[in-house]
Design a protein around this ligand. Structure first.
Ligand SMILES: Cc1cc2nc3c(=O)[nH]c(=O)nc-3n(C[C@H](O)[C@H](O)[C@H](O)COP(=O)(O)OP(=O)(O)OC[C@H]3O[C@@H](n4cnc5c(N)ncnc54)[C@H](O)[C@@H]3O)c2cc1C
Length: 411
């Protein structure tokens, strides 16, 4: 039965039409009786989501986030199979390369952990890598983790496709509508003021990407997020066949790679990450920072070593985009203090991979009062309240985790 009463316009208002918000709306519309409206100030996907690398990799060091991403990978594959092109998800598999014995040991443990959750991860030897991608130079590779059900998605299409399905299933999506104030009434519902009028809802989910920190402030809550500047290099065209290459991660070189049409896209977690206070980032659709290729040279060189053809075709363009990150590098899915207020934000570099699972967890939790998995890792109160008054401490913690992203978990 719908919780919707005549006292509110909708049961759930979701603020933000990125990967998280559209997935939550899709799951609510498909799996529950709750009515939902997404409120998005630009177009769907035009915050961080559109310029993401879109890699969907299930191997993580903790079970709950692997369960979240396992749900995403299965969902994206099934929606894509039902309607080819809906999300533009390519289930090309992923390779995570190990070049040191200690990295092999770490991966072997993670593979066992992933397999226990039903993920099709396996350790493979260099000759098998060469069979999967003959153009990959296997020099110094000791082993790799291969997951056939991983892949990559066109991130813009992911949000657009999920929004389209959500609307077909009864969700409402208001684009070009900015939320300006959030208030909880004495009757216990939420009043969401926008530049296009007022919406009332029993529950509100803040899925505003990094701007969730601003929205939460309006609602009387603190959500610790910073903007991390992240870059991607697009190569010049190589060959349409590269579209079928698996995604590649080489943690010891902090290099990630996936195809985009007939090009390769190279990303990295740099040693000197750049952060901005969210309030300082310009608020415009599809905002990008000025790119800096030099900061990406180590990752580009690492990718050229694996795919020497890159040296021949060279770089087409570099983009530097904003991403909302939490101090410990894990997403937030949690109630936020004032009753009926929820947070789904802080993609922290894996928001596309997580989005499908975020929709599943949040919709189940909103509809039944109980999350379907252990959500301790995603709680808002895992962060000290002192971060609100000590931004330097929050920055230091965030920097530590961003630099340590590919540090050995066995270290
Ligand atoms: C260069 C780069 C590469 C990446 N690569 C990967 C990858 O390979 N794999 C992966 O899993 N992740 C990756 N990520 C991370 C991933 O893209 C993000 O975590 C994800 O897109 C975040 O989605 P979101 O819905 O939380 O936020 P957003 O996409 O930012 O959506 C939030 C929305 O809320 C709206 N909003 C905010 N405030 C308001 C308001 N007041 N009123 C109305 N609307 C509002 C915004 O306009 C925006 O559209 C990458 C990120 C970057 C920058």
């Amino acid at each position: 039965m719908s919780q919707h009463t005549t006292s509110t316009d909708v049961d759930v208002a979701v603020i933000g039409g990125g990967a998280f918000g559209t997935s939550i709306a899709f799951h609510l519309a498909r799996d529950t009786d709750l009515s939902v409206r997404v409120i998005e100030r630009f177009g769907v996907s035009e915050g961080t989501t559109w310029h993401s690398a879109g890699m969907v990799g299930q191997l993580r060091s903790k079970d709950p986030i692997m369960q979240v991403i396992r749900h995403s990978a299965a969902l994206y594959a099934s929606l894509e199979e039902g309607t080819p092109g809906l999300l533009d998800f390519r289930r090309v598999g992923s390779l995570r390369i190990a070049t040191t014995p200690i990295r092999v040991a770490e991966m072997t443990e993670q593979v066992a952990q992933a397999r226990a959750l039903g993920i099709d991860a396996e350790m493979i030897a260099p000759d098998r890598i060469a069979e999967i991608v003959p153009t990959l130079d296997t020099d110094q590779i000791l082993a790799a983790c291969w997951i056939a059900s991983d892949g990559y998605v066109d991130p813009e299409q992911l949000a657009v496709g999920l929004a389209q399905r959500a609307v077909e299933l009864g969700a409402q999506i208001s684009t070009g509508t900015t939320v300006t104030a959030l208030t909880r009434t004495d009757e216990g519902h939420w009043v969401i003021e926008t530049d296009g009028g007022t919406v009332t809802a029993a529950q509100v989910v803040l899925a505003g990407g990094m701007h969730t920190t601003v929205l939460a402030r309006q609602a009387g809550a603190f959500v610790p997020l910073l903007c991390s500047r992240q870059q991607l290099i697009y190569s010049n065209p190589i060959d349409p066949e590269v579209a079928g290459y698996p995604t590649v991660r080489e943690p010891d070189e902090s290099m990630i790679m996936r195809a985009s049409g007939d090009r390769l896209v190279v990303g990295s977690y740099v040693e000197d990450p750049e952060f901005d206070v969210v309030d300082d980032v310009p608020v415009t659709a599809r905002y990008l920072f000025e790119p800096e290729f030099d900061r990406m040279i180590p990752a580009w060189d690492a990718c050229v070593r694996r795919f020497p053809v890159l040296a021949e075709v060279g770089v087409d363009r570099v983009i530097k985009g904003p991403e909302g990150v939490t101090p410990d590098g894990e997403i937030i899915m949690a109630p936020a203090g004032p009753e009926g207020l929820w947070i789904a934000a802080g993609g922290s570099g894996h928001g596309i991979a997580s989005a499908g699972g975020v929709g599943w967890v949040m919709s189940t939790w909103l509809a039944t009062g109980t999350p379907p998995i252990d959500v301790t890792d995603f709680a808002l109160d895992r962060f000290p309240a002192s971060f609100e008054t000590d931004p330097e401490a929050m920055l230091a913690e965030t920097r530590l985790h961003e630099i340590g992203r590919y540090a050995l978990v066995t270290e």
